[in-house]
Design a protein around this ligand. Structure first.
Ligand code: NDP
Length: 300
């Protein structure tokens, strides 16, 4: 193996440390405590784990955490009324509605009801538009985490060829916009892309956000390229025992790490950065709401 391992777990800890320092300063100098409200509708087990982790890490950074757990049968009007209350609550600087929502709720309607300045997930149509036009916005957490890892490893990204595999609204598209903003030459590949292996081989940076276990292999990677693996896929692991599973990325780590210059592992790469960036976005939103300087290195 030749690639440098980009340690997202360690970097996420650094980000959380910076957030905690800034939170302490906000409290000491201005008497302000940033607050994050997380809304969970229903009992999806994975969502419950995410929400618990978000709340725990929010408190660990010295911020206020407000959890709102609603029954799976909650109607749209009730959910929208809660969002309106949170929009108007000065103690709440960030609002996150955990996705996916139960089928009877209109996700777009709910997300677009969040005040854009409190939309710490960066999914509100106004933040999507601002990011797309290069204006100051709230930036989706996972792509922001990828960008931080890339900047930390490569310094300036200007002029590099970047290929983003995947065009989802939550990862692929905002990732491509962020790379473009940092002056990369950006290609977005997806399920209809022709000769996708060759497209990836032309890249200095490959960001994989596909949801297909180990699809991107070493022979798709240009020697020395930087590979960011966003994928989280649970696959059978018969070697660990019957019925056991393991988590793998969208990149075949063994073959890709023999060719790449640097690569994020799964787990321990992009994953831990997502919540760290949620905390960073909450501090950023709090600073903006109060007309204060934003923390350096925590935004795009
Ligand atoms: P989506 O399913 O929304 O999007 C997947 C994208 O991959 C689509 O654009 C699709 O193309 C493309 N795709 C699918 N199959 C192929 C293929 N064979 N060749 C090329 N492109 C393909 O997924 P997400 O963006 O939500 O997530 C992607 C991965 O990232 C998942 O593994 C997910 O679990 C993980 N993830 C990790 C996070 C983290 O915190 N680390 C956060 C969010 C997601 P098309 O549009 O043409 O269908």
């Amino acid at each position: 193996m030749s690639a440098k391992i980009i340690d997202g777990k360690a970097f996420a800890e650094t980000v959380r440390g910076k957030v905690a320092v800034h939170v302490a300063r906000l409290k000491a100098d201005h008497g302000i405590t940033p607050g994050l409200a997380v809304v969970l509708v229903g009992e999806d087990p994975a969502s419950q784990v995410y929400v618990r982790n978000k709340g725990k890490q929010t408190l660990e950074c010295g911020m206020n955490s407000f959890e709102h757990k609603l029954d799976a049968s909650t109607g749209e009007a009730e959910l929208l009324a809660l969002i309106e209350r949170l929009n108007n609550d000065p103690a709440v600087h960030g609002i996150l509605v955990q996705l996916p929502l139960p089928k009877h709720l209109n996700e777009d309607l709910v997300i677009n009801a969040i005040a854009p300045d409190k939309d710490v997930d960066g999914f509100h149509i106004s933040n999507v538009g601002r990011l797309g036009t290069g204006q100051k916005s709230m930036v989706p957490c996972t792509p922001l985490g990828c960008l931080m890892l890339l900047r930390d490893h490569l310094g300036s990204l200007s002029g590099l060829n970047a290929v983003v595999v995947g065009r989802s609204n939550i990862v692929g598209k905002p990732m491509a916009n962020l790379l473009l903003k940092d002056s990369c030459t950006v290609t977005i590949a997806h399920s209809r892309t022709r000769e996708i292996e060759a497209v990836c081989r032309a890249a200095d940076i490959v960001v994989a956000a596909v949801g297909r276990p180990e699809m991107i292999r070493g022979d798709w990677i240009r020697p020395g390229a930087t590979v960011i693996d966003v994928g989280i896929n649970r696959v059978a692991a018969p070697d660990k025992g019957e019925g056991k599973t393991r988590i793998v990325g969208d990149v075949h780590f063994e073959s890709a790490s023999a060719v790449a210059g640097a690569i994020t592992p799964v787990p321990g790469g992009v994953g831990p950065m997502t919540i760290a960036c949620l905390l960073a976005n909450t501090v950023t939103a709090c600073c903006r709401a109060n007309g204060l300087a934003e923390p350096e290195g925590l935004t795009a």
